[in-house]
Structure formats: structure tokens, C-alpha cells
Design a protein around this ligand. Structure first.
Ligand code: SAH
Length: 577
């Protein structure tokens, strides 16, 4: 085993989080550090765990950006300073397709740092697919070719200012592209330097589909050289901007009108250029822009576990969803909840005492009702310097399969898992097992739960002991990247009044604390200047109560016809139809 951390070069795909790989997601969820580029979409960053150190190395133009050589050094530095850490290097598309992943890997090898590559869905193929353009098609194109429109430049003495543009572009192609893409005369200045390596006669003869990445700033020259070398000026061509994101746009023209089209339509990076007969198929097959929520970015404020249902529904209708849970969980020193079954939150706080791990000996069954419970219990267990053998002989019960998997990761097989995966199912199962041994329900059973767990289990198992191992709290702050994503969203979706309250506190006013002043002043928050409300002003509400709270905070509210998630989703789709 290496003493260093391990680096994962992960392809984030073209933007749509649904195109991110399962392997990439699994690594992000446990990464200690995430070094990410500007092309990585916020909904993919949302997979990172809250404790991860987030390092943005691809700031927007005008901001300071990190050079490639510095990024290489940074990865080595993190690996060397953080033994056994998981360091995720997250890059747009695929890390080895014009992503400079190879250079980073070479540097890691040089420094004896272990690494893995997690391929991503490359924009070269997926972005055309989202525009309804197959890169190959029987009878039209039997091959496709992915070409860089911005090659690395060796130093040339005669044109220093152009070389500066090139080296910059190499670090962050987007930034240079964006800044000069609307000025063909500027693109002309770098003519012949940045793409000197391209074999235009061969490309012009090639009957397959040509796909250029990073090609917008040089397109005038690329198109001219291809035509000079014999490529048909009438070849269909498409620019696809910000593909697979809510802002995807396709602009079509022909090879001979490419340069003027870029200027007229203000095509900006990131965009790919695709040429060939297949482009015409996009007229019939452009499936994505027909989805009712295509082009919309929506903030979903439910707790992570509940959010996935509505998020999946909205995503299926074409929206990009930013999940912004308004609660977070925190492990606590386990305490005994002594007041059940008449438990109340107040009673729990006043009537609880710190749990003693020596008491574990009194229990035959440990019952877990969430993955949070598993994680928090073991955090405290190991903190108490206990060894896993302290659990020898205990029966382990889990509410369902996800919690069961978490326990298996700790080397523990579950003895009891109810069929219906609910607290009630677990309670009934454990009660039955106790009775079959002539024990009272819950005798010698320890429940490991959060502070907001309801009374289902303690009611069904009155003799059980409950330890509170984690707490659920309102989220206090949002990371910067998420704040930016929320600010750029079209609307927020609220399924409860408390979500509105927390959203107003956390997003609109920066933190829960700052909101206290606001309450006392009984001000109407969104009547304040826009700068203090960097959030959408439109929201969708599940019902009357939520609507009233949202109005209080200055939202323009669209209310669901019925108080169900399906009805809410339907309302959103109708609103944007
Ligand atoms: N490794 C990446 C490519 C990096 S080069 C991949 O495999 O996709 C950056 C170029 O990729 C951009 O200039 C643009 O041409 C293209 N690109 C990346 N994401 C894109 C997107 N969502 N829409 C359009 N083009 C994209």
C-alpha cells in the first residue's frame, strides 16, 4: 500500500448528470478532495460529499485560472500530503479525449502516485446525439473523426502575441474561444499557428463525419482550408453549443457559410462543430428540444433521499435539476433516549443521557434504520476505542437493502431484514422473533437511530432501548458553486413550508444566523435589493400552506392542483409548455 493518496482521473461527461458513470459517482461520493474544471456541471458536483475539499481550477474568464502545469503539481501535492485520501480529478467529457488527462497521469507516474482513470462520455459523440445527429449512419457516413480545432503550439519567435493566445488556450480552451469566437479577424491572426498540425488534404478527402472540438475560434480558417483541399462547400454543418445542458443550442449551415454563421448567431464555447450528411438527420431526430422542460434549470429543495423521486421525473422531462437539500445530518455522541414510547423532542433532550458502550453487552440485537445510523454508530464505536469483536455474537437487523449494504461494507451480515423495508416491517419482524423465544417485544434490542426518528419502532418494541446516534438539522450554508447554480436557475420547487423557510434563510440570506435579525425586523426579504436574493423569483409549490409561506418570502408562486408530487410535476410541465 502506498503512503500517498490515490488520484482518480474522472470523466464528468458533457453536462447532463444522467450521463455520468456509476463508477465516477461512487468515487465522488467518497472523495476527500475534488479538483474540477469549469466544464463540469453543478448537478455533477452535487454528487460530492459535503466534507470534500472543493478546488475549482477552471475559473471563468477574467478570474485567475490555474495553469495545467500547476494542476499537475497540485494533484501530486494533495496525494503526497494526504495518505490514503481519495483525490478526484474531475474533467469534462472523457479525460483522455483532448482533456490533457494523459499529461496529468504521466506526472502522477513520475511522482509514484497511484492513479486510476474513469472514462467519461465524450462530448464529441454525445452532444450530436442530444441534437438528434448520429455520428455514423448507414448509407451516409461509415466513419467519424474527432479532431481538435486548437492544437498545442510550439514557441515561434516571430509572433509572440499569438503564441500567448495559444498557450492560454491550451490551459483553458473555453476561455480563449469565448473571448475571440465572435471576432473572426482575431481568429485570423492565429491562423496557421494553432492548427498547423492538421492534415487538411486528408481531412477534405475523408468521406466520414468530421467532428471538431475547440474549433470555433479557428473555424473560418478550417472551413477555407477544407474547401481549398476539395471538400464540398455545400457540406451540411452544425454547431452545437452547451450540449446536453439546459442551454443546448444547435445552429446549422453549410461549410461555405460556417464563418459568417458563427458571427451572426454569436456561437460561443463550449461548442462542437460537426460536418457531413448526418447533420441533416438532426432535422427529423432532434428529440431533446421537444421535451417540455428542455432548457430549464430547477432547484429541488427536498432532503436528498426524498428528492431523487421528483428529480428523476423532472429530469425525464428535460430539466436540469439542482438538488439543494435544506437539511443535513451530523453524528453525535450516542445518547440513550429514555422517554419512549411517549417520547417527544423536548423529552428526548431533557431525558437523555450519554450512552455507555459497556452496555452493548446487554443487547442481543442491534437494529439499524438508516445508513446515517450505521455510519454514526461506527464513528462513535471506533472513537470509543472498541474493536469489532465487541459485536461478536450479536444479531444484526436492518430496515432495508441500502442499510444492509452499508453494514456489509463493515463486514457485518444482517440476520434480519423485513420484506417491506419499512420501520413498521422491521418492528413487526423483531417483535415476532422475540415472541417466538418467549421474550417481550424489544427485549435486549438496541435501536440505533436519528433524533427525528418517529415512534413506530419504540411502539412496536416497547422493551427496546434507543440510542440517538445522529441529528438532523436545517442546512446552514451552501457551498459557493451551488449558490452560483441556484442563482442561475429558472425556478425553485417547494414541497413544504419548512423547505421555503430554510431556503430563504440559507440561500437568500447566506446563513441561518443572519436570518434571525431579519425575523426581528419582520422585513419582507425579497423586497431587498436583488444582490441579497441571488435566487430565482419563481417557485412551484405543492399546496396551500407552502404557497402562503413562499408568498411571505416574495416568491411568485405557481401552485400544484393537488398535493401530490405527480401533480406538482404536471403543473411545472404545463407552466413551461
Ligand atoms: N474531454 C472533453 C473535451 C475537452 S476539449 C470531451 O471528451 O468531451 C473542450 C471542448 O469539448 C470544447 O471546446 C467543446 O468543443 C467540447 N465540449 C465539451 N463539452 C461540451 C458541451 N457540453 N457542448 C458542446 N461542446 C462541448
Amino acid at each position: 500500500m502506498s503512503d500517498f493518496g490515490k488520484v482518480y482521473l474522472i470523466g464528468a461527461g458533457p453536462g447532463d448528470p444522467g450521463l455520468f458513470t456509476l463508477r465516477g459517482k461512487a468515487i465522488l461520493e467518497r472523495a476527500d478532495v475534488v479538483v474540477y474544471d469549469r466544464l463540469v456541471s453543478p448537478s455533477i458536483l452535487a454528487f460530492c460529499n459535503d466534507k470534500a475539499q472543493m478546488v475549482d481550477v477552471g475559473k471563468m474568464p477574467t478570474h485567475h485560472k490555474v495553469k495545467q502545469s500547476e494542476i499537475n503539481k497540485l494533484l501530486v501535492k494533495f496525494a503526497k500530503e494526504m495518505p490514503s485520501a481519495v483525490i478526484a480529478r474531475l474533467k469534462g467529457g472523457d479525460p483522455f479525449v483532448f482533456g490533457r488527462g494523459g499529461e496529468e497521469a504521466l506526472e502522477l507516474v513520475e511522482a509514484a502516485v497511484e492513479f486510476e482513470v474513469v472514462p467519461g462520455v465524450t462530448s464529441a459523440i454525445s452532444v450530436p446525439a442530444y441534437a438528434g445527429i448520429p455520428v455514423s449512419h448507414r448509407g451516409i457516413a461509415t466513419s467519424f473523426h474527432i479532431i481538435t480545432g486548437h492544437e498545442k503550439e510550439e514557441v515561434r519567435g516571430s509572433r509572440p502575441e499569438e503564441i500567448k493566445v495559444e498557450s492560454d488556450a491550451e490551459c483553458h480552451p473555453e476561455q480563449t474561444l469565448q473571448s475571440i469566437s465572435c471576432h473572426p479577424e482575431q481568429a485570423q491572426r492565429v491562423e496557421g499557428s494553432s492548427i498547423a498540425g492538421l492534415d487538411f488534404p486528408a481531412l477534405a478527402k475523408c468521406p466520414g463525419t468530421l467532428i471538431f472540438l475547440m474549433g470555433i475560434s479557428n473555424m473560418q480558417m478550417i472551413a477555407r482550408r477544407l474547401m481549398e483541399c476539395g471538400k464540398d462547400p455545400k457540406t451540411p454543418l452544425a454547431f452545437i453549443e452547451k450540449g446536453t445542458t439546459p442551454y443546448q443550442r444547435t445552429v446549422t449551415c453549410t461549410l461555405e457559410t460556417a464563418a459568417e454563421t458563427i458571427v451572426r448567431e454569436n456561437v460561443t464555447a463550449p461548442a462542437i462543430t460537426i460536418m457531413g450528411g448526418v447533420v441533416k438527420l438532426g432535422d427529423k431526430l432532434a428529440w431533446r428540444k421537444k421535451l417540455p422542460l428542455s432548457g430549464k434549470r430547477l432547484v429541488v429543495t427536498r432532503a436528498a433521499k426524498q428528492a431523487s423521486g421528483i428529480s428523476a421525473k423532472l429530469t425525464a422531462l428535460g430539466a436540469e435539476v439542482i438538488e439543494t437539500p435544506m437539511i443535513e445530518t451530523r453524528s453525535v455522541e450516542p445518547r440513550v433516549d429514555t422517554c419512549h414510547p411517549e417520547r417527544s423532542t423536548k423529552c428526548e433532550v431533557e431525558g437523555s443521557s450519554i450512552a455507555n458502550f459497556a452496555d452493548l453487552a446487554n443487547f442481543d440485537v442491534l437494529a439499524f434504520t438508516s445508513t446515517n445510523g450505521v455510519e454514526s454508530f461506527f464513528e462513535a464505536f471506533f472513537k470509543a476505542s472498541l474493536d469489532i469483536r465487541a459485536l461478536a455474537g450479536k444479531k444484526i437487523a436492518s430496515v432495508g437493502k441500502i442499510t444492509e449494504k452499508k453494514l456489509l461494507e463493515r463486514g457485518l451480515h444482517c440476520d434480519f431484514v423485513p420484506e417491506d423495508h419499512t420501520g413498521e416491517g422491521l418492528g413487526k419482524l423483531l417483535a415476532k422473533i422475540a415472541q417466538s423465544s418467549n421474550l417481550e417485544p424489544g427485549a435486549s434490542t438496541l435501536l440505533l437511530q436519528g433524533n427525528l426518528a418517529d415512534d413506530t419502532l419504540t411502539t412496536l418494541l416497547p422493551k427496546a432501548t434507543r440510542w440517538v446516534v445522529y441529528e438532523t438539522l436545517p442546512a446552514k450554508t451552501l457551498p459557493d458553486w451551488k449558490r452560483e447554480a441556484v442563482a442561475a436557475a429558472d425556478a425553485v420547487v417547494f414541497a413544504s413550508s419548512s423547505a421555503v423557510e430554510n431556503f430563504a434563510k440559507v440561500v437568500q440570506h447566506g446563513s441561518v444566523e443572519s436570518h434571525a435579525e431579519l425575523d426581528s425586523a419582520s422585513a419582507s426579504p425579497c423586497l431587498e435589493p436583488q444582490a441579497t436574493c441571488p435566487a430565482p423569483r419563481t417557485c412551484f409549490s405543492i399546496g396551500r400552506m407552502t404557497t402562503a409561506t413562499a408568498k411571505k418570502y416574495g416568491f411568485e408562486v405557481v401552485e400544484s392542483d393537488e398535493t401530490t408530487m405527480d401533480s406538482l410535476v404536471k403543473k411545472i410541465a404545463e407552466y413551461y409548455a
